[in-house]
Ligand binder design. Structure first.
Ligand code: 6PG
Length: 476
């Protein structure tokens, strides 16, 4: 075989990845379950580079140079297993199978194990950036063996996005590490989107501003610390007018946010690891609330508000408060997400370099942002940083906005504007910085009703108080 890389699964993401490889000078073997898609890729884009189309899996595998590198881009779950099962009989020791879909990382760990036993490399790789990213340069998060990255890495780095000449692709860590990091990326994406939505709602309710006016505020924000893809597209979306009705587009979209599951996985894993990723969790639940149709029907017009409309007098000061609150809440969401990566890295022995993750998220992916440079720098200052929020840059950047953040969260509560992500992020901030938490009382209660024991602040050991007897304290 002569092809340097193969892609199987030629729906839009796979198709665009294959074209990206070809445009970067690689000879690309292509295959799809139905040949029509393979043929149309060659018909439509054959002039972009060298494609080697195959109808059968056997021919597809045979068209690749060794060690073979096959990228699978099909639906996560059973379809991925089906394609792996079809490929494996044709592969030989040392070949590399890359799953570039949004697989759940435990599946990736399982698949990596199974293929390793057959002498094959299985690389679960996060790929972010949507259709356009796949074609023009995504952010790529490959896991699997370090050995596989020696030959696969340079190819992936060539097709990834770059920022300041640095590829948005690096080896993440063994087995499921790549898909894990992609999962957390998506969780952070949920938090970012929810925070932006809350900022939009605050501006709408506080200023009585139109979607287009708010779009202009976001466009302005995109020239500063908040500069990011999601802020940029928000400005664009808010200024878009519905062709049919002439109304602001956002005002005619049904207000029920859906999800395909990566946010839910992130929250489930946060619970498993015991990491308080409250920003991501609130964002995920906010989508669930928006879709809770019977509950909303029962509540609208029924639940009492006892809240006055928000009548903002100093417009510019309010906009700046919302901006500062958004920035601070965003730092909390990232800080929590990076804590989750650290905890999983520890649990699974992945040895993930968090600064490098921030680096490869600077371009190509959905959460790409100027701000990620600051995160990379924070982990360069201290690779073991226990809390991103406590980095010297972020203590200052967030600290400057704390009063604004409090005004916004308090105002939202007073005026009845739901801001679950803003509010919970501030609660996290105040919780994590508290010298003393009421968790002491919870421990006391647990000991009272269940003899669950407690530790003391003044000496070592574990104790139980005989609550129903003489209330003496016993070492437990
Ligand atoms: C990306 C996106 C991509 C996809 C999300 C959407 O990084 O390119 O995250 O993976 O758009 O999965 O997720 P929901 O459908 O769950 O909102």
């Amino acid at each position: 075989g002569t092809a340097q890389i193969g892609v199987t699964g030629l729906a839009v993401m796979g198709r665009n990845l294959a074209r990206n490889f070809a445009r970067n000078g690689f000879t690309v073997a292509i295959h799809n379950r139905s040949y029509a898609k393979t043929a149309s890729l060659v018909d439509d884009h054959g002039d972009e580079g060298t494609f080697v189309p195959s109808e059968s899996v056997a021919d597809f595998v045979a068209s690749l140079e060794r060690p073979r590198k096959v990228v699978i881009m099909v639906k996560a779950g059973a379809p991925t297993d089906a394609v792996i099962d079809e490929l494996v009989p044709y592969l030989e020791e040392g070949d590399i199978v890359v799953d570039a879909g949004n697989a759940h990382f435990p599946d990736t760990i399982r698949r990596e194990n199974a293929l390793r036993e057959k002498g094959l490399h299985f690389v679960g790789s996060g790929v972010s950036g949507g259709e356009e990213g796949a074609l023009l340069g995504p952010s790529i998060m490959p896991g699997g063996t370090a050995k596989s990255y020696e030959s696969l890495g340079p190819i992936l780095e060539k097709i990834s996005a770059t920022v300041d000449g640095v590829p948005c692709c690096t080896y993440v860590g063994p087995d499921g590490a790549g898909h894990f990091v992609k999962m957390v990326h998506n969780g952070i994406e949920y938090a970012d989107m929810q925070l932006i939505a809350e900022a939009y709602d605050l501006l709408k309710q506080g200023l009585g501003a139109s979607a287009a006016e708010i779009g202009q505020i976001f466009a302005e924000w995109n020239t500063g610390d908040l500069e990011s893809f999601l802020i940029e597209i928000t400005a664009d979306v808010l200024q878009h007018v519905d062709a049919e009705t002439g109304a602001a587009f956002v005002d005619i979209v049904l207000d029920q946010a859906e999800q395909k599951g990566t946010g839910r996985w992130t929250v489930q894993n946060g619970l498993d690891l015991g990491v308080p990723i409250t920003g991501i969790a609130e964002a995920t639940f906010a989508r669930a609330l928006s879709g809770s149709v019977p509950q909303r029907k029962a509540a609208v017009g029924t639940l009492q508000a006892h809240a006055e409309p928000w009548d903002v007098t100093d417009r510019d000061a309010f906009i700046e408060d919302v901006r500062l609150a958004l920035y601070a809440s965003k730092v909390v969401a990232y800080s929590q997400g990076f804590d989750q990566i650290a905890a999983a890295s520890e649990q699974f022995g992945w040895n993930i370099d968090r600064g490098a993750m921030a680096r490869i998220w600077r371009g190509g992916c959905i959460i790409r942002a100027r701000f990620l440079n600051r995160i990379t720098e924070a982990y360069e200052r201290d690779a073991q940083l226990p809390l991103l929020l406590a980095d010297e840059y972020f203590t200052g950047a967030v600290g400057n906005g704390v009063q604004a953040w409090r005004r916004i969260v308090a105002g939202a509560a007073l005026h009845g504007v739901p801001t679950p992500a803003f509010s919970s992020s501030l609660a996290y901030y105040d919780g994590v910085r508290a010298e003393r938490l009421p968790a002491a009382l919870i421990q006391a209660q647990r000991d009272f009703f269940g003899a669950h024991t407690y530790r003391r602040t003044d000496r070592d050991g574990t104790f139980h108080t005989e609550w129903s007897l003489d209330r003496s304290e016993q070492p437990a």
